[in-house]
Design a protein around this ligand. Structure first.
Ligand code: GTP
Ligand code: MG
Length: 207
């Protein structure tokens, strides 16, 4: 897919403020600092489309970007950073759950995982939640440029092994880096393949 246009549309504090559900939508979720905003910039070839930062918790709202006037890319606020109050954590959970369960145009969520670290409970809980609720998702490993190939392979194998303790089948996995752009084409191809399903579903609804 060629990215012709990528425009920030709006930030929403609650799903009811999100744009009309008239286009297919793809969301990026994951712990704070995992590289969601960076990967959005990498796949759209825009250095500053989504705000990135070394300080966790940069993205606090649901951010909609319109790509090629055809589909939305959504940058969701990260979870799991240390300096967060219980109240903020509870608010995050409600905000995200409301968005995920009500956003009928959401075609897929990319769950981002830092390829450098061992499987984390917060991420595994999130993945389990998607599974239990039948929400479609893809696992995306980030920051792979920071690892040697053999270590990366070892980490991913270990992650798969952990997943297979709870899952019969592995989810779709994409291996990425925002620095050397590894996996960005695969991610866009995946999105491109999924967008026609939205129009098909809308036509069925309309009859
Ligand atoms: P929140 O908005 O806080 O939830 O974080 P985020 O997931 O959007 O992370 P962000 O894209 O802001 O990246 C966090 C830090 O990791 C930044 O300093 C990025 O430059 C760095 N980073 C992100 N992706 C990569 C990558 O693929 N490789 C390398 N080497 N660094 C990366
Ligand atoms: Mg961000």
């Amino acid at each position: 897919m060629i990215i012709k246009t990528a425009n920030f549309i709006k930030s929403s504090a609650i799903y009811t403020q999100c744009p009309e559900m008239n286009m297919p939508e793809f969301a990026f979720i994951g712990r704070s600092n995992v590289g969601k905003s960076s990967l959005i910039n990498a796949i759209t070839n825009h250095k500053k489309l989504a705000k990135t930062s070394g300080t966790p918790g940069k993205t606090q709202l649901i951010n909609h970007f319109l790509i090629n006037e055809e589909w939305y890319l959504v940058d969701l606020p990260g979870y799991g950073f240390a300096k967060i109050s219980k109240k903020m954590r509870a608010e995050w959970q409600i905000m995200i759950a409301d968005y995920l369960y009500n956003r009928e145009s959401l075609m897929n969520t990319f769950i981002l995982i830092d390829s450098r670290i061992k499987p984390q409970k917060l991420d595994l809980d999130l993945i389990a939640n998607y599974g239990e609720n039948g929400l479609p998702f893809t696992l995306v490993f980030t920051k792979t440029d920071k690892l040697k190939d053999n270590i990366l392979a070892k980490n991913i194998a270990a992650y798969k092994k952990t997943l297979l303790e709870d899952w019969e089948e592995l989810p779709h996995i994409i291996i990425t880096s925002s620095v050397d752009k590894r996996g960005t084409k695969e991610l866009l191809d995946y999105i491109e393949a999924a967008t026609p399903l939205f129009h098909k579903t809308s036509e069925e609804i309309k009859g």
